[in-house]
Design a protein around this ligand. Structure first.
Ligand code: ZN
Length: 413
């Protein structure tokens, strides 16, 4: 008899231990409306650079499309031969990316403990897919536009004609133009034919002695610097770049044994110095913020990897998190028991993706929050995983939005 009881208890326990799991697709009936919070921020966190570096799970690498234009004269004296350019360009971009892979601890202020975050973007040479055989590296013979003059009467560095004439897909690719200093200027004792450049929107011009095939390691810093301008950063030495973690300084090229350059030398990418290899959290945040701003050129030049679902990019929320910046996700979201995800800005979900909420999990869309698909497509929507009739919660604060769901859930609140 006791044996029978034990077996019966076991059977009951087993039954209790295998609860029914049901998937319930969220509809408008599942939405719990919340009034707008009274103490809403005056300035939305969506416009704060530091909001964009607060959550590592949102910092997937972004890929900046670039193409490269070698300018030469008809006598061939202003650049390297065309047959060398593709290899040179590939090596150059590889080495320039290697600086992004190794963000440096800031030198300034002295003794700082500024965090060294991963820099979340890389460059990719991007051919025009509609042109057979295109490799994204171009060669132009133009006796008028092949050279640069940085100073004096013939100064032409901000001249946009070379861009207007030769840029390729500059609405979606960063065009990099290589111009050699005018060969008549180079010998002048008052002219500095150094590696330098200028950012002009989605194009940059890099000046150097391209006919001498400079070592790509020597131009990686200036390349990152000029593209840094195009991605939205200013010089830091004046102290007015909108970041608190980039102090003003005398802009020394390198350390010397005389003040102020014996101690106040910078290694920031956005100063003129021998390193140009450090970006602060605020600078990275600014770039990521620009890269997530709909319609911004900094966004349009990215490979839109967020338009294709990558299930390895799924984000699992197990504790309480508030996303205060916008993001374009590449995977699904899973909210586990005890997880609370508050969405305060725009979040894009890729086509085919969903948000799964487990019992005990909560999704809260704040009044400035929106979940949508930013690729003119649809995402699947929200699913509750129900166990023993327990399910998670979906809250939407007045003003919050859910859009572009394949199954109707959209709200116009
Ligand atoms: Zn600059």
């Amino acid at each position: 008899m006791p044996r029978l009881i034990t077996a019966w208890v076991c059977f009951l326990m087993l039954a209790a231990c295998s609860p029914k799991i049901m998937i319930h697709r969220a509809t408008t009936d599942d939405i719990i409306l919340l009034p707008r919070a009274e103490a809403e921020n005056k300035i939305s966190t969506c416009y704060e650079p530091l909001s964009y570096v607060a959550h590592p799970e949102l910092l997937r690498l972004k890929y900046v499309r670039v193409n490269i234009h070698f300018m030469n004269s008809s006598d061939g004296r202003y650049n390297m031969p065309e047959e060398e350019t593709t290899n040179y360009a590939q090596e150059w971009i590889k080495v320039t990316n290697s600086n992004l892979e190794r963000n440096m601890q800031m030198f300034l202020p002295r003794g700082n403990t500024t965090p060294v975050l991963d820099i979340p973007y890389r460059y990719v040479i991007s051919p025009d897919p509609t042109v057979p055989g295109d490799d994204g590296v171009y060669y132009h013979i133009d006796d008028e536009l092949c050279y640069a003059v940085k100073t004096g009467r013939d100064r032409n560095i901000s001249d946009k004609r070379v861009i207007e004439k030769y840029a390729v897909r500059d609405d979606s690719v960063m065009n990099i133009f290589l111009q050699t200093h005018h060969l008549d200027s180079i010998p002048s004792p008052t002219y500095r034919p150094d590696a330098s450049g200028i950012s002009l929107g989605s194009s940059v011009k890099i000046f150097g002695n391209w006919h001498k095939r400079p070592n790509v390691w020597d131009i990686r810093g200036i390349t990152n610097h000029e593209i840094g301008h195009s991605l939205g950063l200013s010089h830091t030495w004046g102290g007015h770049d909108g970041c608190d973690d980039t102090p003003a300084h005398p802009n020394c090229w390198n350390v010397t044994n005389k003040p102020p350059c014996d101690s106040l030398y910078s290694n920031n990418m956005m100063d003129y110095n021998a390193h140009m290899a450090a970006l602060t959290p605020c600078q990275i945040g600014k770039i990521v913020m620009n890269m997530t701003r709909l319609g911004a050129i900094q966004r349009n030049i990215l490979e839109p990897r967020w338009c294709v679902l990558d299930t390895s990019a799924t984000i699992t929320i197990s504790d309480s998190i508030r996303w205060e910046g916008s993001a374009d996700l590449e995977g699904n979201i899973v909210i586990r028991d005890g997880g609370i995800l508050e969405i305060g800005c725009r979040v894009s979900m890729p086509e085919g993706s969903n948000i799964k909420i487990f019992p005990g999990g909560k999704l809260v869309i704040l009044s400035t929050g929106k979940i949508h698909n930013s690729c003119n497509s649809q995402w699947e929507g929200i699913e509750f995983v129900e166990e023993r009739k327990m399910k998670g919660r979906l809250y939407i604060m007045e003003g919050g939005k859910i859009e572009n769901t394949l199954h109707p859930l959209g709200t116009q609140l």
